[in-house]
Design a protein around this ligand. Structure first.
Ligand SMILES: *Cc1c(COP(=O)(O)O)cnc(C)c1O
Length: 388
């Protein structure tokens, strides 16, 4: 990315920024100072590398999906295996990074919001390991639909606070968490789960997820002696995608492709707007309110998108596409059958789109698909859907 595009701190072109009340702005400015101080500090980096290796299990493999590539009859498909991380997805990379920062800042208490529960579980895991008090805000409707994830968080020692305001969904949980932060900022750290929210969160989350493409770039060069032709990732808030794009953004030969559910096509159909304290492309209904989205993958159900993706979209550096539920379900089964890997439904969106890309590319080409998580959590839901 060009520096002149980042004309103001926390902005990606016109997107990003921080649109919050003054008392929250003070807390966020302090957080940014601390992040800038520690992110390049050698002792901090060493500690982060230690936990990523010995707790998360990094580096994650870059697996050549030989049978899948043959079955599709086109480019070589490589899978970046974030599904093999401890807790089974990429979210732990960010949770560990932010909790180490929280420790340096002297925080005693971690708070987080969660919708489907996956970020809540990653946060509760990291808090258990670092012996931090953990409070997770979750819309009351979500706690009912995701009762097993509530139990997981409680097993890990977290307190789950059901939020009975508004519609009892993710947005209301975010509001409660922000209110808690303003009241308790002296001892509390808000651990945000995706590359969204007011500055510095999108920048910070990208920093901690960029390990994905740092590794994959090294791995593909070792293996193939060259860069991939395309990198494909699914899009919820955009954290696994920005992490798997990060080290290729300045490599114009590499196509970057984000994949959304066709019922939450934020980047495909969104317009500039402000949501949860930052500017991004957002899906609006006819009254100008955030549109109701839906996805069979709970982790992709969000009406906004990270500001940097909004910028990569309008500048044309990255492409964004959608897939249907049928295509996702087919990809879920096909990867399981051909490679012995059951993907998360979220990740199956990326697989499904890679399949559509194959006929447009040659056998000499290389595609890296980011496998953001494993599918154990989704097996029962897919079973139910396939019965219908
Ligand atoms: C949460 C989640 C996502 C979506 O979140 P992003 O911030 O867009 O990466 C994707 N895949 C899995 C497995 C998830 O748990």
């Amino acid at each position: 990315m060009n520096n002149q595009d980042l004309n103001r701190e926390g902005y990606f072109g016109e997107f990003g920024g921080s649109f919050v009340p003054p008392e929250l702005q003070e807390v966020l400015s302090y957080l940014n100072d601390q992040f800038q101080t520690y992110k390049d500090d050698p002792a901090f980096k060493e500690e982060l590398a230690y936990y990523l290796r010995d707790y998360v299990g990094r580096q994650s493999p870059l697996t050549y999906a030989e049978r899948l590539s043959e079955a599709w009859g086109g480019p070589k498909i490589y899978l970046k295996r974030e599904d093999l991380n401890h807790t089974g997805a990429h979210k732990i990379n960010n949770a560990i990074g932010q909790i180490l920062l929280a420790k340096r800042m002297g925080a005693k208490r971690i708070i987080a919001e969660t919708g489907a529960g996956q970020h809540g579980v990653a946060t509760a895991t990291a808090c258990a390991m670092f012996n931090m008090e953990c409070v997770i805000y979750m819309g009351i409707e979500d706690t009912r639909r995701q009762s097993l994830n509530v139990f997981r968080m409680e097993l890990l020692g977290a307190t789950v606070v059901p939020v009975d305001k508004g519609q009892g969904r993710l947005k209301d949980a975010v509001d409660e968490a922000l209110g808690d932060l303003v009241r308790n900022y002296k001892n509390t750290f808000y651990l945000l789960g995706s590359a969204v929210g007011p500055h510095p969160f999108p920048t910070m989350v990208k920093h901690f997820q960029a390990i994905i493409s740092e590794e994959s770039k090294r791995q593909i060069i070792e293996r193939e002696g060259r860069l991939p032709d395309a990198v494909v990732a699914c899009m919820g808030g955009g954290s696994n995608a920005i992490g798997s794009f990060a080290h290729y953004i300045d490599e114009p030969s590499v196509r970057l492709i984000g994949v959304e559910p066709d019922q939450a096509p934020t980047l495909t159909q969104g317009v500039p707007g402000t949501l949860h304290g930052f500017k991004c492309l957002v899906l609006l209904d006819e009254e100008g309110q955030p549109r109701k989205t839906y996805s069979i993958a709970a982790g992709l159900d969000y009406p906004g998108i990270g500001p940097e993706h909004s910028y990569l979209k309008v500048t044309g550096r990255a492409e964004y596409a959608t897939v249907t539920n049928e295509e996702v379900l087919e990809a879920f089964q096909e990867l399981s059958r051909t490679e012995g890997i059951i993907p998360a439904l979220e990740s199956a969106h990326a697989i499904a789109y890679a399949k559509k890309l194959v006929p447009t590319m040659g056998r000499e080409h290389i595609i890296i698909v980011n496998l953001s998580g494993r599918g154990d959590k989704d097996v029962e839901q897919v079973y139910q859907m396939l019965q219908q």
